[in-house]
Design a protein around this ligand. Structure first.
Ligand code: CA
Length: 233
């Protein structure tokens, strides 16, 4: 069983909220951060959550990380096709981070720079790797984490769902323990709030999703912010 908290906020600067999030039975959690001109970002992220929900609803149990990857691949085709057909949607795309918890095992699939974190024994760990240009420089040792945080190209993604006919998807599984806390979030949280503050909120707040949104707004609220918190009990 799990305790689930979720929240999304447009932030203090933007006019539209291009993030989408959804909780799907059983125990499946999705965040998506859309990008593209006009309303295209909103279209891409909402298509992502709808396509994932439709795919999983029709997928035979047991689901695993391959099932989640196939759901993202299906969404990639839907979004890519629409962007080819409609000039207004040309170039749109979205991040996708999916977590599925099944008893003592968790599965995830991921594209882009939204994140999945695990808080275990008081230590917060980022499970997903950002598919961003600056993160690729950090991995090659050409930038430090600190330099990456303020880099002018930090928003440039190396992978996005729907931006190309094929998408590279990270997926894996790992064991779950009692009292683990998972956080799925868009970069509107992680660009405004550091990991230590996020960990503190997850450990102390009675309503952690709202508290994380408040922290992102206090930190500047420059982007849309979305969070899903899942406590395993
Ligand atoms: Ca964002």
């Amino acid at each position: 069983m799990s305790k689930v908290f979720q929240a999304t906020h447009v932030g203090k600067v933007r006019r539209n909220n291009e993030d989408s999030l959804i909780v799907i039975e059983p125990e499946t959690f999705v965040v998506a951060d859309g990008m593209g001109g006009a309303s295209a970002g909103e279209v891409a992220s909402s298509m992502l959550v709808d396509a994932v929900k439709n795919f999983l609803t029709n997928a035979l149990a047991p689901w695993d990380e391959t099932t989640l990857s196939e759901a993202i691949a299906r969404a990639n085709g839907d979004i890519w096709n629409l962007s080819r057909q409609n000039e207004d949607y040309r170039g749109m795309g979205t991040t996708a981070t999916i977590l599925y918890v099944d008893g003592d095992k968790a599965y995830f699939a991921h594209v882009g720079d939204s994140r999945l974190y695990l808080l275990r024994d008081g230590i917060i760990k980022q499970i997903t790797e950002d598919h961003s240009y600056v993160e690729s420089l950090v991995r090659r040792g050409e930038l430090t984490e600190e330099e990456a945080r303020v880099h002018p190209m930090k928003n440039v993604l190396t992978q996005a769902v729907g931006a190309m006919p094929e998408v590279q998807i990270d997926a894996a599984s790992f064991p779950v323990r009692l009292n683990d806390v998972f956080l799925l979030c868009t970069d509107g949280l992680t660009n405004m709030v550091d990991d230590a503050t996020i960990a503190h909120i997850l450990q102390t707040s009675e309503s952690p999703a709202d508290a994380l949104i408040d922290a992102a707004l206090d930190g500047g609220g420059k982007d849309n912010v979305s969070v899903i918190v899942v406590g395993i009990d």
